[in-house]
Write a protein that binds this ligand. Structure first.
Ligand code: GCO
Ligand code: MG
Length: 403
């Protein structure tokens, strides 16, 4: 299983993806996702210029050693770009290991701990009627959990609202970042009203989630969490910025609304205090940003010790390789909670062919050896990279704000 080639393909079948392809001497191909929304080329260069040359000649079977070689060996630690690169290598090596064994990756992780992976869909609307139509669509399709977002009245634009009822949205849609204006007071008045409306319309027979995208201060979250308690959310996501874990002590002392954090985190150390002080309920890590399958398993094991469950990041700005890798982990770990799922629009399906399937609100990664995703490099070449940026957020007076 000697590695003979490692190459990076940046393509844009609907949106930009960075794919790492690792080939071994017997011609087996392993694939990893290195996409970092809005900073794709930085990871591509980190891999091409600094990591791929180090992989040639290494034994693809030595996953943990390769992880440590790239992490400890670089001297410079953590950070989005470097960790996305290490994650992609790790994911590709697990894919190769599964292919060599002739087994789906989840079998190598201890086998299925459940029959399927419960997912949540993204419902959204420009107003409450649109939101109702969107939620209905997910419930009709069999989803057992739905994230609800709606445009905040009085704001020109609210992040994360799809133009279509199926919630599909692509926020990285401009050649330079668009500027959005945020108003916390309007949001804090609207969000409880919006989520109460959802429970009034649809009842409590499904799990309801909501994402706040780091925009509130800790005391604002404390108030929102209290206001939302009657709606019994599955989780309130990223309510405040995650860099200061002690902020969550304040939130915790005021509300029982469950909290999910970590889609922008890169390592177990980012999560350590939040988990060991039981300040969060769900770990939101991305397999392709938090060190691949190897490191995600470490984070999830730590979380399990403290009764914290998993809720892996899974938007369409991570490629189908990431979603598949997350699903193998989800199926195998004891403390699985829920998985985010946004179906990939065409032409992503021309470039990536996946074996995971959806039924009755659950995904299953399938039983193809490895991760179960084939990457078509010729099809990828037909969709070249286009510079695309996420928006930024300002307050009405022009100050930069978290978004
Ligand atoms: C989510 C996220 C995404 C992020 C996106 C940024 O909960 O799915 O908040 O929508 O904004 O991944 O690239
Ligand atoms: Mg989020």
């Amino acid at each position: 299983m000697k590695i003979v080639d490692a190459r990076v393909v940046v393509s844009s079948p609907g949106r930009n993806y960075v794919t790492l392809v690792i080939e071994t001497a017997d011609g087996t191909i392993g694939v990893g996702d290195a996409t970092l929304n809005g900073r794709e080329l930085a990871v591509a260069s980190y891999l091409r210029d600094h990591v791929c040359p180090l992989l040639i000649g290494r034994d693809a079977r030595r996953i943990t050693d390769t992880w440590s070689y790239l992490y400890q060996g670089a001297y410079w630690r953590r950070g989005g770009v470097g960790m996305a690169a290490i994650s992609a290598v790790d994911i590709a090596l697990w894919d190769l290991k599964g292919k060599e064994a002739g087994l789906p990756v989840y079998q190598l992780l201890g086998g299925a701990a459940r029959d399927g992976v419960m997912v949540y869909g993204h419902a959204s609307g420009q107003n409450l009627d649109d939101l109702d139509a969107s939620i209905q669509l997910f419930l009709d399709r069999g989803y057992r959990a739905v994230r609800a977002q709606a445009a905040v009245p009085g704001l020109d634009h609210t992040y994360g609202i799809g133009p279509a009822h199926d919630g599909a949205y692509e926020p990285a849609n401009a050649e330079l970042p668009e500027e959005e204006v945020w108003d916390t007071a309007r949001y804090l008045e609207f969000a409880p009203r919006m989520l109460a409306h959802v429970r009034e319309q649809f009842g409590f027979g499904f799990h309801l989630l909501h994402d706040t995208h780091h925009r509130l201060s800790p005391i604002e979250v404390a108030r929102l969490g209290r206001d939302l308690e009657p709606m019994r959310l599955w989780w309130l996501e990223d309510p405040t910025r995650g860099e200061d874990p002690t902020a969550f002590r304040l939130i915790r002392s005021h509300t029982t609304t469950p909290i999910a954090v970590g889609e922008v985190f890169n390592t177990i150390w980012d999560f350590q205090q939040l988990i060991t002080e039981r300040l969060i309920d769900y770990v939101r890590a991305s397999v392709s940003h938090a060190g691949g399958i190897t490191h995600l398993l470490r984070i999830f094991s730590l979380a399990d010790l403290y009764g914290v469950r998993t809720g892996s990041h899974g938007p369409t700005d991570l490629s189908p390789i990431s979603l598949s890798a997350a699903l193998h982990v989800d199926l195998a770990v004891p403390n699985f909670g829920i998985q985010e799922y946004m179906p990939f629009p065409s032409p992503a399906d021309e470039v990536f062919r996946w074996s995971y399937t959806f039924a009755d609100g659950y995904l299953h990664p399938g039983d193809a050896p490895g991760l179960g995703v084939e990457f078509d490099e010729e099809a990828a070449a037909r969709h070249p990279y286009r510079p695309r940026y996420l928006p930024v957020n300002r307050l009405a007076d022009g100050s930069m704000h978290d978004w």
